[in-house]
Write a protein that binds this ligand. Structure first.
Ligand SMILES: C=C1C[C@]23C[C@H]1CC[C@H]2[C@@]12CCC[C@@](C)(C(=O)O1)[C@H]2[C@@H]3C(=O)O
Ligand SMILES: O=C(O)CCC(=O)C(=O)O
Ligand SMILES: [Fe+2]
Length: 363
């Protein structure tokens, strides 16, 4: 793979084993100190009628483009219905994810992610930035899966692999449909974002699939499922099974608002790269996942990003006297490098006006 593929970023920013290997959650009756957070994750005291609710958009709505634009400006997150992903496929991916996480810990560790790799079992990459560990285990998939899957199920991984592959194909098409609508709402046409779905098609987007598992937790108020972060992608599509909620979005920098699961709906997250292209017009929302005492929660995130070597920068159409350019061009790989060092300050690091300072630091 070329030096600008996102997996190069994981090689360059390897993790420590203690930030990869999850706890054997079934074996701990109480919350260990290593997983006890000082802040409580109490349910937000939001008056459901005090604010505009998080948008739910019917993709067949003739107004969909406008609605998506508004949702991205106000929230950076929304849910979509009528997306044409068969419910049977959503059920299947949930079934296979649950089957994976239900394996004994020792078995799962046979497929653990390497310290500089992407595919495999482990904690979230952002774990390094927090003093406490998360009540979380994940399985990341980028590119070929066979090797890891056959360690989990030596004789019986074909179904798992097929479902993961089908799901990624469907997600790619849907994500591109939604991105097209986002671009439209910004007034951008095919010619303004040439790398996106090029007609000759030799410029493949990079994407990765992440199965998230939040086991039942003995003390959810003092635990964290997935700590607050923004997604580094262009767009992330999240399927959260309707069994239990857990995803929350920070509204106006003040309060955590739950994203209630809607049967068969998908959550769309505008990522940091979309924020950059839109020159700050679209939010990439800070979100987190909390855990609970009764239900093992599963979610499946599909991160979509530009092809390697493609520099993402604010669209010239969105820059004018009143809207000066905010960010300098970055590839996804460069952005992930910045994220691996600066985490939630990565966007500040690539601000256009700090260009000189950064260049000096690197030399
Ligand atoms: C393509 C991506 C998106 C990454 C980084 C890279 C590979 C791993 C992804 C996740 C998956 C789990 C949540 C997250 C926050 C994490 O810790 O690792 C994601 C992160 C990001 O959105 O920054
Ligand atoms: O599990 C969730 O609801 C959130 C997952 C998430 O934010 C992610 O995978 O980036
Ligand atoms: Fe996320």
């Amino acid at each position: 793979m070329g030096s600008n593929s996102i997996s190069e970023s994981f090689k360059k920013n390897p993790l420590n084993l203690s930030n990869i290997i999850p706890l054997d959650f079934e074996k701990v009756p109480t919350l260990p100190v290593s997983h006890t957070w000082t802040l409580t994750t109490d349910p937000p005291s939001v008056d459901p009628f005090a604010h505009e609710p998080l948008p739910v958009i019917d993709l067949n709505d003739p107004q969909a483009v406008t609605l998506i634009g508004h949702a991205c400006e106000k929230w950076g997150v929304f849910q979509v219905t009528n997306h044409d992903i068969p419910i049977s496929l959503l059920n299947e991916i949930e079934y296979h994810s649950r089957r994976l996480f239900a394996l004994p810990a020792q078995r799962k560790l046979l497929a653990v992610r390497s310290h500089d790799g992407l595919t495999g079992y482990g904690l979230a990459r952002i774990s390094t930035f927090f003093p406490k560990l998360m009540w979380f285990e994940g399985f990341s998939i980028m590119g070929s899966l066979m090797e890891h899957a056959s360690r989990l199920w030596p004789h019986d991984h074909t179904n798992f692999c097929n479902v993961m592959e089908d799901y990624q194909k469907e997600m790619k098409d849907l994500t591109e449909r939604i991105i097209e609508q986002m671009f439209k709402s910004l007034g951008l046409a095919q010619d303004d974002v040439k790398w996106f779905k090029p007609r000759n098609g030799h410029c493949e987007p990079q994407a990765m699939l992440q199965l998230n598992s939040y086991p039942v937790c003995p003390d959810p108020r003092h635990a964290m499922g997935l700590a607050p972060h923004t997604d580094s992608s262009l767009v992330t599509l999240l399927y959260q099974s309707s069994i239990s909620s857990g995803l929350q979005v920070l509204r106006d920098n003040i309060e955590w608002v739950p994203v209630h699961p809607i049967d068969g709906a998908l959550v769309v997250n505008a990522g940091d790269l979309m924020h950059i292209i839109s020159n700050g017009r679209f939010k990439s929302a800070l979100h987190r996942a909390v855990v609970n005492k009764t239900h093992h929660r599963i979610s499946i995130a599909y991160f979509y990003g530009p092809p390697r070597d493609i520099k993402i920068s604010p669209s010239v159409k969105l820059i004018d006297h009143d809207h000066p350019i905010l960010y300098r061009p970055v590839t996804w790989k460069e952005y992930l490098d910045a994220k691996a060092t600066h985490f939630n300050k990565a966007l500040e690091f690539i601000r256009h006006d700090v260009l000189v300072a950064n260049t000096c630091n690197q030399s």
